[in-house]
Design a protein around this ligand. Structure first.
Ligand code: ADP
Length: 306
């Protein structure tokens, strides 16, 4: 079983549904409200655990009632939360306004996530025993750097999702084994709009890149082999929230199992395609049997019956 540590954020998403978002000074009446456990770290942890990984999360929830719910949501998907701290004060929150056109506006308040500025000795021990460490940029950069450096010291493969996108310090790039931006993040990081060109630019900084391309699939590029595009399964998408985190969590599991990279990418694409066909983010992430079932028909062994 692949052992994965996720060093990342947990947020409660507070989602209001409105006909149109309020302008400054305006009050509008919403149609519905939901609280949904989220945060990129927690979402990748849930995705990887449901995909069959042995997953632990390092981060922090607050001492408020959201903190308990966030912890339980992770545990319900099989994520180990022993090293998820409870910090005095509020949990991280994402205040989301979704309008009738499906557009959204989001304010993220880091809360407890902002208290994770460095690793503890216990965190480093856990990371040292893992196959992969998954990182994003919703925790203070000092903790991300600490975690990636610790993984590198122990020969643990690091997978970085550069979101929310920001310039990446050279010391972080130096300890990143696989970078997984979406096409917008890749363009912003490199100033190159074309994904192939962006991948080539990124390969000057990290050894391997997967750029996700939404419904068009993903582009894999590494210093060792020619770039390839892996198309996504053709499905009817109803909600693409969480697609990238589902993809990355599943990809980490498959890579940790030693599956060839092309197969791992196709399997992760099947996981993400299942996620986009359902409403929700962490709630719509598929479990392993479903991923295997949707992967199998397209990858049946050669028919050798006479
Ligand atoms: P993010 O969610 O981070 O913005 P993308 O939109 O690139 O990332 O989506 C991540 C992955 O999810 C894609 O590489 C693809 O595998 C899958 N995906 C996203 N949208 C669709 C879709 N409409 N149909 C099938 N797969 C999708």
């Amino acid at each position: 079983m692949t052992t994965i540590v996720v060093l990342g954020s947990t947020n409660m998403d507070l989602v209001a549904y409105v006909a149109h978002p309020p302008k400054r000074g305006e009050t509008v009446t919403g149609r519905a409200f939901r609280t949904v456990p989220g945060g990129k770290g927690a979402n990748q942890a849930v995705a990887a655990a449901r995909a069959g990984g042995d997953v632990a999360v390092i981060g922090a929830v607050g001492s408020d009632p959201f903190g308990e719910r966030l912890r339980h949501a992770l545990e319900a998907s099989g994520v180990d939360t022993d090293l998820l701290r409870t910090a005095d004060g509020p949990s991280g929150t994402a205040h989301v306004v979704v309008d009738d056109d499906g557009g959204n506006a989001i304010v993220v308040v880091p809360g407890a996530n902002g208290t994770v500025t460095a690793l503890s000795p216990g965190d480093e021990t856990l990371i040292a025993a893992a196959d992969l460490l998954l990182l994003q940029l919703e925790l203070p950069l000092s903790a991300v750097l600490d975690g990636a450096a610790a993984a590198h010291r122990h020969g643990v493969r690091t997978v970085l999702t550069p979101a929310p996108v920001q310039p990446l310090p050279p010391e972080l790039l130096a300890v990143t084994d696989l970078l997984v931006p979406n096409e917008h993040e890749a363009a912003q990081l490199t100033g190159v709009a074309d994904p192939l060109g962006a991948a080539q630019a990124l390969l000057r900084q990290v050894p391997e890149v997967v750029i996700t391309l939404g419904a068009a699939g993903c582009l894999h590029a590494s210093r060792d082999c020619a770039p390839t595009v892996v198309p996504a399964p053709l499905v009817r998408a109803v909600d693409t929230t969480g697609a990238g985190d589902t993809f990355t969590g599943a990809l980490a599991v498959a890579l940790g199992e030693g599956r060839p990279v092309g197969e791992a990418l196709r399997w992760a694409s099947c996981a993400a395609a299942l996620c986009v066909q359902r409403e929700g983010a962490s709630t719509s992430m598929p479990y392993r049997p479903e991923i295997d079932a949707s992967f199998a028909p397209t990858h049946a062994p050669e028919d050798d019956t006479p």
